[in-house]
Design a protein around this ligand. Structure first.
Ligand code: HSE
Length: 438
C-alpha cells in the first residue's frame, strides 16, 4: 500500500468522539488495509484541550479552534460530533468549502440544513455522510439510499430514539414512572445534551426528516413534522396498553401514497400490539420497518444510541468517505429530487384508545356514546376502570379519522358527567392489517 495517509479532523470528543478516536487508533492497521491508505488524526477540536480524556494520544493534537482545524489544507475528512446547529453548521460548511468530506452524526443539523449542505457538498465535490444520525449502529440510511434506490418505499414505521425507548421499556417492565427512568437514560449516555429533544420527540422528528429525504426523495421541513413526545405518558397508559396486549412506544411514521409525491411524517407515542415486530424492541435499541413496492417488508434493528454503537456507524462512514476519496469518487447529488406536499395530521386514520375519567359512570357512558356517534367514531370495545381515584371509561375505537376523533374528544371533555379531559393514544395495527390503514 503506497497511498499517502488520509488526515481526519475530529470535532468534539464526548462519548461518541472518544470512542471514534479510540477505534481509529486501535484498528489503525486493519482500517488501512480496508481503505487502502492509513488514516491519521490531524487534530481534535474540544472546548478544553487540557481536560484528561483517557486517550493514549499526543496532547498536541487537541485544539480549541475548530475553524482553524477544518480549514487546514491537509485535512481530508472532518468528523463532526459537536451536535447542535451553530457553530456546527458554519464549521461543516467551511470544512466542505475547503475541500474536506464530512461525516456527521448530527440529525438536527442534517434535518435543518440538508438541502443546503448537500448543495455545498456537490459544489465542493466532497462527500457528506451521516449514517450515525439515524438509528445509531443500525445500517439504515445507506440501504435506503442505495439498496432500495430503484424501489418505491411506501411506508416506514420505526422506533428511532433510544432514550425514549429505554424509558418506555423500563416503565413497561417495572411499572415505574417517567422521571426516574429519564434520569437513568441520561446516566447511560443515551440522551441528547438537552434531553428535551428526546422526550418531546424533536430528535425522532429530525431523524424522520432524514428518513423521508432518502425514502421519499423529498425534504420535509422539521417544523412540518407532527410531533408528540412521551412526557405525558403515564403509568396508567402503560397499564392500559398491557390490558390490550400492547406496549407503548414512541413511533416515527412516514407514509407516501404510491405514485404520489405527497408525504405524511409524524412522531407520537402509540400502543403497539405485542405481536408486532416493534413491540419487543427493548432498552435503547431502535428498529425500523420499511415497506417498499418491490422489496416488501424489511426490518432493521439494533443499538440506537450510546458511544460504542454510534461510533461504529461513524467509523463506517469514515471508511466509505476515505475509500471514495482515494478512488476520486464524490457524492454529488442530494437524495431529494422531488417536492412533496406534507399531508396534515387530520388525514390520519387509526384506531384510538380513549380513557375518560367520569363523575357519573352510567350517565357518562350514554353521553360519551352519543358524542362519538355524532362524530361518526365507532366503538370496538368499552371497559369500566375502577380506581382509587375517579372511575373511567376506557374505549377502543374502530379505525377513525383523526379530525373526527379530536372533535369528539373535545366535546366529551365538555360533558358535565366527565371529570377531566379524556386522554387518547393511537393504536398501531397488527402487522398483517397495517397496510390497510394509512
Ligand atoms: N439521544 C439519541 C437517542 C441518541 O436517544 O436516540 C442517538 O441519536
Amino acid at each position: 500500500m503506497n497511498n499517502q495517509p488520509l488526515k481526519v479532523a475530529v470535532l468534539g470528543c464526548g462519548v461518541v468522539g472518544t470512542e471514534v478516536v479510540r477505534r481509529l487508533r486501535a484498528s489503525h492497521a486493519a482500517l488501512a488495509d480496508r481503505i487502502g491508505a492509513p488514516v491519521e488524526i490531524a487534530g481534535i477540536a474540544v472546548r478544553d484541550p487540557r481536560r484528561p480524556r483517557g486517550l493514549d494520544i499526543d496532547p498536541a493534537l487537541f485544539t480549541n479552534d475548530p475553524l482553524e482545524l477544518v480549514k487546514r489544507d491537509d485535512v481530508d475528512i472532518v468528523v463532526e460530533l459537536l451536535g447542535g446547529i451553530e457553530p456546527t453548521h458554519s464549521l461543516v460548511a467551511a470544512a466542505m468549502e475547503h475541500g474536506a468530506s464530512v461525516v456527521s452524526a448530527n440529525k438536527a443539523l442534517v434535518a435543518a440544513y440538508g438541502p443546503e449542505l448537500h448543495g455545498a457538498a456537490a459544489r465542493a465535490g466532497v462527500d457528506l455522510l451521516y449514517e450515525a444520525a439515524v438509528a445509531g449502529a443500525v445500517p439504515l440510511l445507506r440501504p435506503l439510499r442505495d439498496s432500495l434506490g430503484g424501489d418505491e418505499v411506501t411506508r416506514i414505521v420505526g422506533i428511532v430514539n433510544g432514550t425514549t425507548n429505554y424509558i418506555l421499556d423500563r416503565m413497561t417492565q417495572k411499572g415505574s414512572a417517567f422521571d426516574a427512568e429519564l434520569r437513568q437514560a441520561i446516566e447511560r449516555g443515551y440522551a441528547e445534551a438537552d434531553p428535551t429533544a428526546d422526550v418531546e420527540g424533536a430528535d425522532a422528528a429530525a431523524k424522520a426528516v432524514i428518513l423521508a429525504s432518502l425514502a421519499f426523495h423529498t425534504w420535509v421541513p422539521p417544523a412540518e413534522v407532527y410531533r408528540e413526545g412521551i412526557t405525558g405518558v403515564t403509568v396508567q397508559d402503560v397499564a392500559d396498553a398491557r390490558a390490550h396486549d400492547c406496549v407503548v412506544k414512541l413511533l416515527a411514521v412516514l407514509e407516501r401514497t404510491a405514485g404520489e409525491d405527497d408525504v405524511m411524517v409524524r412522531v407520537h407515542p402509540a400502543m403497539v400490539p405485542r405481536t408486532h415486530p416493534l413491540a419487543d424492541v427493548g432498552g435503547a435499541d431502535n428498529a425500523v420497518v420499511v415497506e417498499a413496492a418491490g422489496a416488501g417488508r424489511l426490518l432493521f434493528r439494533g443499538a440506537g444510541a450510546g458511544g460504542t454503537p454510534t461510533a461504529s456507524a461513524v467509523v463506517g462512514d469514515l471508511v466509505t468517505a476515505a475509500r471514495r476519496r482515494l478512488l476520486g469518487h464524490r457524492e454529488t447529488a442530494s437524495p431529494a429530487t422531488v417536492t412533496g406536499r406534507v399531508r396534515a395530521m387530520s388525514d390520519v386514520r387509526s384506531r384510538y384508545h380513549l380513557s375518560v375519567p367520569v363523575t357519573d359512570s352510567v350517565v357518562a357512558l350514554d353521553d360519551i356514546a352519543a358524542v362519538l356517534r355524532a362524530h361518526d367514531v365507532r366503538v370496538d370495545s368499552v371497559q369500566r376502570r375502577r380506581t382509587a381515584g375517579p372511575d373511567a371509561w376506557v374505549l377502543v375505537t374502530e379505525v377513525s379519522g383523526e379530525s373526527a376523533l379530536r372533535a369528539a374528544v373535545q366535546a366529551i371533555a365538555g360533558l358535565p358527567s366527565v371529570g377531566a379531559a379524556p386522554r387518547f393514544l393511537r393504536m398501531l395495527e397488527p402487522v398483517e392489517e397495517e397496510a390497510a390503514v394509512g
